[in-house]
Design a protein around this ligand. Structure first.
Ligand code: ADP
Ligand code: MG
Ligand code: MG
Length: 217
């Protein structure tokens, strides 16, 4: 069974997942519109379905008394299954890997939270195999973790470091508009994507902006 401290942390993680779900819902149309330019137009739907399924599973695990690690592992599995699609598999793997940085014993710890974010992005890179410049969510995720690590090491302030990292991710996501997509469905229509940012890079930066705001509130 999980310790009280880990269950308390799990409750906070579920609040973050609730926020991710709201952020996806608020941006569903825009993400779909961007994905329709050179992809199949379902990125808004996929992010909404994934975040809804992941959040529901996290609530169920929390109600059963699960700790931080177990809640995130369940959320990741459910996100992948509910979303379908490439980004759903990647977000699911990211949440499950982030859960691996926690356990069901310890309470909240800023250094561990940084490690969880880094582990999530590492999982996306490993599973998807994308490099920076391929016009995927990795283009936003890599500057995110680089800035997060540097700012957290420099200041020890998790909320400020996360917000700074989210700003770096957003700038990088916006800059993907200049690139031609080389991976995923949109590789077929890669040239059509020039002038439009990658939807997965944008959704990544939107969720991290929401996280930064939440940690700072
Ligand atoms: P699908 O492409 O299956 O319809 P989505 O539309 O939900 O899935 O997600 C598309 C997004 O997934 C892209 O905008 C891109 O950011 C991301 N993506 C696609 N392939 C990869 C990959 N190999 N690595 C990382 N991200 C990827
Ligand atoms: Mg799509
Ligand atoms: Mg699709």
């Amino acid at each position: 069974p999980a310790s009280d401290a880990s269950r308390e942390l799990a409750g906070r993680l579920v609040e973050v997942l609730d926020l991710f779900e709201r952020t996806c819902t608020d941006n569903e149309q825009e993400l779909g519109r961007l994905d329709a330019v050179a992809g199949d137009g379902d990125h808004g739907q996929g992010m909404c379905a994934g975040s809804r399924g992941g959040t529901a599973a996290a609530h169920r695990a929390l109600e059963r008394g699960a700790g931080a690690r177990t809640v995130l592992v369940h959320a990741g599995t459910a996100w992948s299954e509910s979303a379908g699609g490439t980004s759903g598999a990647l977000w699911g793997a990211a949440l499950t890997a982030a859960g691996g940085a926690f356990d069901d014993e310890s309470g909240s710890d800023d250094a561990r939270t940084v490690a969880a974010l880094v582990a999530g992005v590492d999982a996306v890179r490993r599973l998807g195999g994308a490099q920076v410049g391929d016009k995927t969510m990795v283009d936003a995720a890599v500057p995110f973790v680089e800035t997060l690590r540097a700012e957290y090491d420099r200041t020890g302030d998790l909320a400020a470091a996360t917000s700074a990292a989210a700003r770096a991710a957003r700038e990088a996501a916006d800059k993907t508009a200049d690139l031609t997509a080389r991976l995923g469905r949109s590789r077929v229509l890669g040239a059509k994507s020039v002038g439009t940012p990658d939807p997965g890079a944008l959704s990544f930066s939107l969720l991290m902006e929401a996280l930064g705001g939440h940690l700072g509130s």
